[in-house]
Design a protein around this ligand. Structure first.
Ligand SMILES: Cc1ncc(COP(=O)(O)O)c(C=O)c1O
Length: 497
């Protein structure tokens, strides 16, 4: 049975709570608010009992996939377990009941948490300063690029371009356009890494920055990173690290030591804060050297024994987010860093790498890793041999012989109880399937996932319709991918006739 809307469960005068009469004198609302702002009819809200609400949302939660239900191997978008201790800490009344406009004197502990989290992220990344304000990785990119632009402009340097590899996440060129720079795309080499000769050949005094994800979106560590940093800096440009994949390098290496000038973190991917639903997230940005002067204000700081927000930074790009950012996310990330400590964080990355390589090696015969080389005349898929980092991108091309696309394989995984991995990204891998198990999965769950992928490969050969028409066990079957995402056909609003 499809689940009704909560409005359809509504029954007149049914109540979910019974509140006592107020024990303080109150004026009628009409006396307190301007007449023109008072509504004439009550809002059309569902009238339901508490048990109706609990059961409705519990039923809905079991109809969907989430990391609390099973492994969620979504490469690039990292869905790892969110430790419950983070939630306990974030729910402490001293954090959860704060008002962002409270005077600093009354929330010294909260500002201290921001100062200490900034210090931890600075140390983990090897940078010189951090802003916690951005609301997501993509806003972190925008903030980092705004600082890069301000830095060049203060030096009277009118650079116009940002270089990006063809494996980059789509948010990278979008952020470049938002700050008013042009994107120059460079091809990946046959090992899935930056083609350094090509990079050197296009660097000139017009390039403001090179934006690189490391490990890159193929899940490979850019082993020429020091050479890349030299090429970029010799041209007077800055090196930006998209740190979405920091969960592969915690305690193993640091962007600041590799030569990066700017890095953004995705707290939800690396530091286990909840991800999804469009936010609120957090995408702090770390910077090196002179770029510290450009960090957004206000900046949480400890001055003469008092925690406060500093605003007196003449070169700052200013505020880019309301209040200090998504505070609840920061409490969770702080709890995660403190519970793991330096050795624990290193182990997080080591386990993430081990888990990804385990799956990759066991599946590579059926789902090999390849990268498309875009040549002048031909496009050739070249196999990748080196170990991966925390994720890998396999190719589903061999199943094309049975009329099966990567999309079908992803849909069939839903029937096996796994959320579908990221597919068709990055674009340089034909029929791409991007798999990221994360460090939180046990060997048993990795084995179950591998067995499901093997079973699907068998089905593709022996009963391809089963795969082509998947999923068969979900509340809703195969959607029309284009129409499902089309804003004009989506109907998300309940309207009473
Ligand atoms: C490599 C990379 N860069 C940037 C982003 C954007 O991050 P966010 O989703 O927090 O905006 C992502 C998100 O998946 C990513 O994988």
């Amino acid at each position: 049975m499809p689940e009704p809307l909560i409005f359809e469960l509504s029954s007149e005068n049914r109540r979910g709570v019974s509140l006592p009469e107020p024990d303080v004198p109150t004026s009628p609302v009409a006396d307190l608010l301007p007449q023109e702002d008072l509504r004439e009819t009550p809002p059309a809200l569902p009238e339901v009992s508490e048990v109706d609400v609990v059961r409705h949302y519990t039923r809905l939660s079991t109809m969907n996939y989430h990391p609390d239900r099973a492994m969620y191997p979504l490469g690039s978008c990292t869905m790892k377990h969110n430790p419950r201790v983070n939630e306990d800490v974030a729910a402490l009344p001293g954090f959860s009941r704060l008002h962002p406009l409270q005077p600093d004197d009354t929330c010294q502990g909260a500002i201290r948490l921001l100062v200490e989290l900034s210090a931890y992220l600075t140390e983990i990344s090897g940078m010189d300063g951090v802003t916690l304000q951005p609301a997501a990785g993509a806003q972190g990119e925008l903030t980092g690029l705004m600082m890069i632009k301000a830095y060049h402009e203060h030096r009277g340097d009118g650079r116009k371009k940002v270089v990006i590899p063809d494996s980059a996440h789509g948010t990278n060129p979008a952020s470049v356009s938002l700050v008013g720079y042009d994107t120059i795309q460079i091809p990946t080499n046959s090992q899935g890494l930056v083609n350094t000769d090509h990079l050197a050949s296009i660097m000139d005094e017009e390039v403001a920055a090179f934006m690189l994800t490391n490990p890159n979106t193929l899940g490979l560590f850019e082993s020429d990173i020091r050479k890349i940093a030299r090429i970029v800096h010799d041209a007077g440009a800055l090196l930006y690290m998209d740190g979405a994949n920091m969960n592969a390098i915690l305690g193993l290496t640091r962007p600041g030591d590799m030569g990066f000038d700017v890095v953004h973190f995705n707290l939800h991917k690396t530091f286990s804060t909840p991800h999804g639903g469009g936010g609120p997230g957090a995408g702090p940005v770390g910077v090196k050297g002179d770029l510290v002067d450009y960090l957004p204000t206000p900046i949480p700081a400890l001055v003469d024994g008092k925690y406060l927000f500093e605003s007196d930074r003449p070169k700052s790009i200013g505020r880019i987010r309301s209040f200090p950012g998504s505070f609840g996310m920061m409490v969770r990330a702080y709890a995660y860093i403190r519970t793991n400590g330096p050795d624990g964080l290193r182990q997080v990355s080591e386990n993430a790498i081990l888990n990804a390589n385990y799956i990759m090696r066991r599946l590579e015969r059926l789902y090999p890793r390849t990268v498309m080389l875009h040549g002048a005349q031909t496009e050739t898929a070249i196999p990748i041999e080196v170990p991966c980092q925390h994720e890998f991108v396999a190719s589903g091309t061999r199943f094309k012989a049975y009329g099966i696309k990567t999309l079908d394989i992803a849909k069939r995984l839903l029937d096996y109880g796994f959320f579908a991995p990221t597919i068709y990204f990055p674009l340089i891998v034909p029929e791409a399937i991007m798999i990221e198990p994360t460090e939180t999965e046990s060997q048993e769950s990795l084995d179950q996932f591998i067995e499901a992928m093997e079973a699907i490969a068998r089905e593709a050969r022996e009963n391809s319709d089963l795969v082509k028409n998947a999923p068969h066990t979900t509340p809703i079957g195969r959607l029309d991918e284009a129409r499902a995402a089309h804003p004009k056909t989506m109907n998300l609003r309940y309207k009473q006739d």
